[in-house]
Each structure stands twice: as structure tokens, then as C-alpha cells.
Design a protein. Structure first.
Length: 498
């Protein structure tokens, strides 16, 4: 009787272990299937690949659950057969010691085999579960810096803005670029550039902690979401980030390298969409760049304003000037001369080449025509030199906002043509606003006081319905002030419109 009790105990234990294994497998599968219901962005190849790898791991776990269930079923049938034999032997009174011993050994062996298969299944489930966890982590983390990636940033920003505004709380955003990063890469190589990105990310992570979120926004651009944080608080945090980056040194191949950052801050306002908050913070970044870099600007909903540095700056010949300041000397601002830019004919030829070689959405090209509203005479300069310097100022700002693929041509008298390959009209208008804001952020000295330079920007997308020459003429027309446009001849593409 004791032997029968032990055998049934062992059998029940084996079945319990099997049930636990099946339960674990099914739990992981159910959780992952729920997660799979979340939509995958159809244009993001990395998301599709992540989803495929996760799906493969889930399928393997599902198959393991089926295999374990089959093993348990077979084991249960075997046990029932042996139990029936034992019951029959006991009823007939003919069960001998050797027969019972043989049955016991068989049942123990079956239990041992099932235990081994369950152990193997458990290991495989653990491996696949780890694969799923890895995929989930990779889907949210930038591989180079270890910060959150753009995908997680976009998701969290939308959530934080909505929840903060609904609760009547502030929510702020910081965006910043590493200054002159392309030149840094060209001078020191991409490996050094990668090391700088990792080091900057580490400095940011030391300041931006939960519940805040630090992310690599793209390339050399970083961002931080600050829920329950006002613009005033965010400005102080931004300046801490700026100072930390400035004070960080990177050792690479025997060189000690350093970088700075231009930082923009904005606080969400009522009913504001995430893209609008990003746009305002981005405009502040470009205002910081145009003001000399290594400083912070913030957007108050109407304009960009300089952030006074609170960080302790290194002493420099007794000067206590803050790192971020509005410069009134135009000579301090100019970094690009308009005369050094390509002629319009060169840029137009390049645009034609790209139009021929590119097709589809990726081949879209938008044109900007930039025109100063009014040129004025600067203090200490004559009219001709003032026009040259104001043109150089516009060229400097446009060059600071450009990507490597963008094309810029000087048309004279402060007018410029800019081509933005791969950019549609909506995104091009954001770029044009950045340029307007950055140019207007400079306080310039004249003979009668100080003023700002303002420009108009005409935006036209080359969508295949308009020829290049017509698009350029239309962009020029759209950049005209109203009083000038009323006297000008309408471009042919607008001739039929009132």
C-alpha cells in the first residue's frame, strides 16, 4: 500500500510540474499576444523587424506549450495503464514483489524522463522570454547612447503632454544639438564622434532622471521630457545640461576633446499638439545657434528669449558675462559670407539633377525664397556695407539651420534660394519659421538705436505639377511683402486665380 501511495504521489508531482510549465508558457504567450495588438508604424523598417523577431519567439513558446501538453498527455496515459495493472494485480492477489518492483521502476523512469523534458522546456521558455525582453528593450533604447530612442520619445511626449495638461500641471521640453558636430566628425573621425555622443548622453543621464525622460532625438540631437515642470524650472535644468556638456572632456586616441551644445526650451500650452511643442523648442535651439552657440534660449509661445546662465562659468580675464547673451555687434555673429555661397545657376542645375534621379515621396524637393522685409543702415557702416553685412547675417543663419543635403544660393541684396531635398511643404514651412525666428532674434545697432532684421520666406513644394523655373518664380512671389506683390506680375501658375 505504501508503494502505491508513493507512486501516485510521484505521478501527481510530475503532473503538477507539467501544469506549472504549461501555465508559464501560456502566460508569456498571452502577455505577448496582447502587446502585439499595438500598431506597428508601417514605414519604420526596424519596427517591422523587431515585431518579426518577437513573433518568432512567441511562436516557439507556443510550440513548447503544445509539446509539453503532449508529453503530459502521454505520461498520463502511461500512468493510467500502470495503475490499472497494479489494481488488477492487487485485486487478484497475485502481485509479486518482482512485478511490483518492475512497475515501480518503469513509473520512476517515466517520471524522470518527463522531468527532464519539462526542465528542457523550462530552459527554452526562459531563453525565448529573454529574447522578448531584449526586443522590447531594443525597441525603446538607442543602441549607441543607451538613452531612450525617438520611438519612445514620441510616445512618451504625447502621453505626458495630455496627462499634464489634463491635470492642470506644467510639462516642458528641452531639445539641444551638439555644436559643430559635423566639423568635429570631419576633423576627428566618426569613432570619435560616437564617443562624444556616448559621453554627452552620460552627462545628460546624470541630470535627467525619472520621472523625466532623456532621449536621443536623432543624429547629434538630444531631447528631454520634463513632466510637472514649468518653463522657469526647465530653463535652469537646461543651463545645467549646457554647463555639464561644456565641462565634459572626451579622451580619444591620446586626444582630449570637448564640445558644447545649443539648447532650446519650451513649456506646453493649452491644447497644444506635441509637434507644436517640438517646433517651438526647435526654434529656440536655432535662436541659440544663431546667437553664437553654447547657450540656451526658450520659447514663450510668441518669441524666443535668451536664458541667463546660472551655472558658474570659468573666469575669463575678469569678465562675468553670461554664456548666453544677445550680441549687438554684427561682426560677432557672422560666420558665413553671402558672396561665398554658390551662384543660383549652380544650385538650379543641382536641383534639376536631383529631380531626374529621385522619384516617390523620398524624392520630394521644397524651395525657399528668403527676402529681407527692409534693409537698413547699421551703425558705423555705410549703406552698401550694411547691405553686405545683413546679407551675411542671413547667410550665417541659413547655413546654421541647413542639413548636409540642402542647397543654398545667394541671389544678391539679401535674397537667397534654398532647396530642401526630401522635405515636403509642411516640414519646409517649419524650417522657414526657424530661419525667420533665428534671424529676428539678433538685436542690431543702428545710428538711431537698435532694431531687428525680419525676413519673408516663400515656400513651394516640387510635387511634379509645376516646372522648376515656375516653382522658383512662385517662391519669389510668395516672399514678397503685400504692397510689393500687389504691383508685381503674378506667376503663370497663379494667373488663373483671383
Amino acid at each position: 500500500m505504501m508503494s502505491l501511495f508513493v507512486l501516485k504521489l510521484l505521478s501527481n508531482l510530475a503532473l503538477a510540474l507539467a501544469s506549472m510549465a504549461i501555465g508559464s508558457a501560456i502566460t508569456v504567450v498571452v502577455i505577448q499576444l496582447r502587446r502585439r495588438r499595438q500598431p506597428v508604424h508601417p514605414t519604420d523598417q526596424s519596427r517591422t523587424e523587431d515585431a518579426a523577431r518577437t513573433q518568432a519567439a512567441v511562436e516557439q513558446i507556443r510550440q513548447l506549450a503544445v509539446d509539453v501538453a503532449n508529453d503530459v498527455g502521454n505520461h498520463s496515459e502511461t500512468m493510467e495503464g500502470w495503475s490499472a495493472q497494479l489494481d488488477a494485480s492487487r485485486s487478484s492477489g497475485k502481485a509479486g514483489v518482482l512485478e511490483i518492483q518492475s512497475l515501480v521502476e518503469g513509473m520512476l523512469d517515466a517520471n524522470h524522463q518527463l522531468h527532464a523534458r519539462l526542465k528542457l522546456a523550462e530552459q527554452k521558455i526562459a531563453t525565448q522570454a529573454e529574447e522578448i525582453r531584449t526586443q522590447e528593450s531594443n525597441a525603446k533604447t538607442d543602441a549607441l547612447t543607451g538613452l531612450a530612442n525617438r520611438r519612445l520619445f514620441d510616445s512618451e511626449l504625447a502621453t505626458d503632454i495630455l496627462s499634464s495638461l489634463a491635470a492642470g500641471e506644467a510639462c516642458s521640453l528641452i531639445i539641444f544639438d551638439i555644436d559643430h558636430f559635423k566639423k568635429f566628425n570631419d576633423a576627428h573621425g566618426h569613432l570619435a564622434g560616437d564617443e562624444v555622443l556616448r559621453t554627452v548622453a552620460g552627462a545628460v543621464a546624470n541630470i535627467i532622471r525619472k520621472p523625466y525622460l532623456a532621449a536621443r532625438y536623432g543624429g547629434e540631437e538630444f531631447a528631454a521630457i520634463l513632466p510637472n515642470t514649468s518653463a522657469q524650472q526647465a530653463r535652469a535644468i537646461a543651463d545645467r545640461i549646457r554647463f555639464a556638456i561644456q565641462e565634459t572632456s572626451v579622451s580619444f586616441e591620446g586626444k582630449v576633446l570637448s564640445v558644447t551644445a545649443s539648447i532650446g526650451v519650451a513649456e506646453a500650452i493649452a491644447e497644444e499638439q506635441p509637434r507644436d511643442l517640438v517646433r517651438r523648442a526647435d526654434e529656440a535651439v536655432y535662436a541659440a545657434k544663431a546667437s553664437g552657440r553654447n547657450c540656451c534660449y526658450w520659447h514663450d509661445g510668441r518669441q524666443t528669449l535668451a536664458v541667463a546662465s546660472l551655472a558658474k562659468e570659468p573666469a575669463a580675464k575678469g569678465s562675468a558675462a553670461p554664456a548666453c547673451r544677445v550680441k549687438t555687434s554684427i561682426a560677432d555673429i557672422i560666420a558665413v559670407q553671402a558672396a561665398s555661397l554658390p551662384a543660383a545657376s549652380v544650385v538650379i542645375d543641382s536641383i534639376r539633377d536631383r529631380l531626374v534621379s529621385n522619384n516617390g515621396p523620398e524624392g520630394a524637393i521644397s524651395l525657399l525664397h528668403i527676402r529681407p522685409k527692409q534693409l537698413f543702415v547699421l551703425n558705423s557702416y555705410d549703406e552698401q556695407r550694411s547691405t553686405e553685412l545683413l546679407s551675411d547675417l542671413i547667410a550665417t543663419v541659413v547655413a546654421a539651420t541647413r542639413r548636409d543635403a540642402d542647397l543654398i544660393a545667394s541671389l544678391g541684396d539679401g535674397e537667397f534660394l534654398v532647396a530642401l531635398p526630401g522635405i515636403g511643404e509642411s516640414a519646409a514651412r517649419i524650417v522657414s519659421q526657424r530661419i525667420r525666428t533665428a534671424i529676428a532674434s539678433h538685436l542690431l545697432a543702428t545710428e538711431t538705436g537698435t532694431t531687428h532684421l525680419h525676413v519673408e520666406v516663400g515656400v513651394v513644394e516640387m510635387d511634379g505639377s509645376i516646372e522648376l523655373v515656375e516653382a522658383i518664380e512662385l517662391a519669389k512671389y510668395l516672399s514678397m511683402p503685400e504692397e510689393l506683390a500687389s504691383k508685381a506680375t503674378k506667376p503663370m501658375v497663379l494667373a488663373g486665380n483671383p
